[in-house]
Design a protein around this ligand. Sequence first.
Ligand code: RB5
Length: 154
Amino acid sequence: MVAVALGADHAGWELKEALKAWLIDQGHQVLDFGTHAPDSVDYPDYAAQVAEAVAAGKVDHGVLVCGTGIGMAIAANKMPGVRAAVCGDTFTARVSREHNDVNVLCLGARLTGRDLAREILQIWLDSTFAGDRHARRVGKITALEQRLHANGCR
Ligand code: RB5
């Protein structure tokens, strides 16, 4: 069982609610940052909260849902320590964990149906980082991030 932070904008909130119910049903812990209604909101506000919870170690993983997943991924990846990726199929979901140690899954509610999204989430949660040469590569991403931040991101 894992702890998962959830966030969505107006385009993703219905799918987020469905995934939340499924996660709870599976016995996982959920930290839901919203949104909880169809009213228009700005996706970076939700990406920031989920990314912060993941980076601070308050949860094991994050899941963000917007129309395409793209805006959420761009915003979440600004947070040091976060590796967010849009996954629209189960192969990408598995490899994003095994090779890239992705810790925030981004989904596009306007592209990915509820059943497929649930399958993607399940496979993503069940997959683990393969380490070895992938650890070296992810380590280089972390080193780049640390160097940029030490220099004020110049
Ligand atoms: C909102 O209309 C839409 O732009 C947003 O959900 C997302 O797709 C952004 O990447």
